[in-house]
Design a protein around this ligand. Sequence first.
Ligand code: VGL
Ligand code: ZN
Length: 218
Amino acid sequence: MDLNALKTLLLIIDVQNDFCPGGALAVNDGDAVTSPINALSGVITGKGGRAAATQDWHCEKHISFASSHNGKKAGAIIDTPLVKNQVLWPDHCVQGTKGADFHSALDLKSVSLVIRKGYRAALDSYSAFFENDRKTKTGLDFWIGGLGIDTVIICGIATDYCVFYSAMDCRKLGFNTVIASDAVRGVGFPENSIENAISEMKSAGIDFLSSNEILDGL
Ligand code: VGL
Ligand code: ZN
């Protein structure tokens, strides 16, 4: 695949301590994404492209936390006033905590924009573009469009949640969308959620390339 770095954004999703081994919502091997991501961000920005990162950034007592709902356990799925089928999670990525920090192995030097999401108490946000009510924008599409970017390479955590929703929205907004396949890791809850997310993304016209294939195409 031929990629024009000048029109390319690397979008790094939620590479935060709480999603890495030892964190509150640890994803298997989550920290393994950092080395391919660092290689991609160095080359893409070195050639004039952009890198942006998202940061899951919840207030205490956030609606997505099981602990905010009497008697509910992590993994339960509930309807909230703004969002149907909200999955409840352990408390994670609380604003200002160590768990919400980016993983220390992630190279942030070339990241020129950080989008914090999920900070409203009553509304979760998986996607980098729209919150879970599917209407409230984060503003990322304006930034991308304003820079003349047409291709977005998505990497990070979690394949079946924030990467999935970000990629699907990105494609719907009309950008060429590529998943860096060795630079994502998933939660895997409920069963088969990673496999299902990958097949849905492929059906939507999202490309899957390894970080080496992407580097070769730049
Ligand atoms: C995420 C669950 C809850 C993610 C964020 O980054 O994929 N998953 N909050
Ligand atoms: Zn979250």
